[in-house]
Ligand binder design. Structure first.
Ligand code: CUA
Length: 339
């Protein structure tokens, strides 16, 4: 009886490995929005400096270890008739060296690391620093500018070239502020205030993400930092300080629905409501995205959101208020007018 030739398993395995490599490498980008390798602040240059020290140290160690391994494998491999190599039990010089060498390497890594942490965590802010209080909520970010009397959510504007001190407060659970090209990760811990001091170096939009698991929608807790020329920043501050625009058309009914619903218990719209558990909505539509970076701020998206928040964002603290389609659309029209 003859055997039928079968497909060797090796081919299938190789195909899977190639496919996996393509998928994994396809996710790599040197300069993607979440790349820490592109530094756009003094803090990130410092972090990259530490990163390079660690990269070089570990690369040299890796090359040395593999070189020694190769020599040992070739030189002492089993050969027919070869005698057992000389056996060593205890070698004081070697044991002292491999204790001291790693300790030195750790010291070389620790000194610049601790310097950067102290420099950027210090309570003494630079004189002209802009202060921003960051509060990490399940699952969105609140930004308060105490000196400007401005409050916003999920999108924080900063002037280029001016130091900023983020004071991190955790009203509920532990989060972590991370804007890969500007700085972080630093934990947002209930009961204490952590700080990040940095100076953004180039105008642009920088993506951030909560970097500490904080519950169901941890992955849906994004933020954007918009770094602007000082004049553009001042213009933004002026629009944020202005009173909420009065609604017109469909939005008039939306304001009424908002004012008589549970919305007012959690949200602030200056002149209408004063809730503090959800994002300040006074200038909601000035933000390009909502839901902590999840969706573009359009009337359709906002209407779908207010209709049933937990369906769109798992674990959302904003409950389904069972608004009718007409009321949801009216509320969305009202919010879209809050530029
Ligand atoms: Cu907030 Cu994870």
């Amino acid at each position: 009886m003859s055997r039928r030739p079968t497909q060797p398993h090796g081919v299938c395995l190789r195909a899977v490995l190639v496919l996996a490599a393509v998928v994994i490498v396809g996710g790599c980008a040197f300069d993607g929005p979440m790349s820490t390798l592109v530094a756009r602040s003094d803090l990130n240059h410092s972090i990259l400096g530490v990163y390079k020290i660690i990269l070089w140290a570990t690369s040299i160690i890796g090359v040395l270890v593999f070189a020694i391994l190769a020599v040992v494998l070739l030189r002492y491999r089993e050969r027919p008739g070869a005698a057992l190599p000389r056996q060593i039990h205890g070698h004081t010089t070697m044991e002292i060296s491999w204790t001291i060498a790693p300790a030195l390497i750790l010291l070389i890594i620790a000194i610049p690391t601790i310097q950067v942490i102290f420099k950027t965590q210090s309570a003494a802010a630079p004189k002209n620093a802009l202060e921003v209080t960051v509060r990490g909520w399940q699952w969105w970010w609140e930004f308060r500018y105490p000196s400007l009397d401005v409050v916003t959510a999920n999108e924080v504007h900063l002037p280029v070239g001016r130091p900023v001190v983020f004071s991190l407060e955790g009203p509920d659970v532990i989060h972590s502020l991370w804007i890969p090209q500007l700085g972080g990760k630093r934990d947002v811990v209930p009961g204490r205030v952590n700080r990040i001091t940095l100076t953004p170096e180039a105008p642009g939009e920088y993506w951030g993400q909560c970097a500490e698991f904080c519950g169901t929608s941890h992955a849906n807790m994004m933020l954007r930092v918009i770094v602007q020329e000082p004049a553009a920043f001042d213009a933004w501050v002026a629009t944020q300080k202005a009173p909420a625009p009065e609604p017109a058309g469909d939005a008039v009914a939306g304001k009424e629905v908002f004012a008589r619903s549970a919305c007012v218990g959690c949200h602030t719209i200056r002149g209408v409501s004063a809730g503090v558990l959800g994002p300040d909505l006074t200038h909601f539509a000035s933000r390009a995205l909502f839901g902590a970076g999840l969706w573009p701020t359009t009337v359709e998206n906002v209407a779908a959101w207010v209709k049933d928040p937990p369906r769109l964002k798992p674990g959302s603290k904003m409950p389904n208020l069972h608004l009718s389609d007409a009321d949801s659309t009216a509320v969305a029209a009202y919010l879209m007018g809050l530029k």
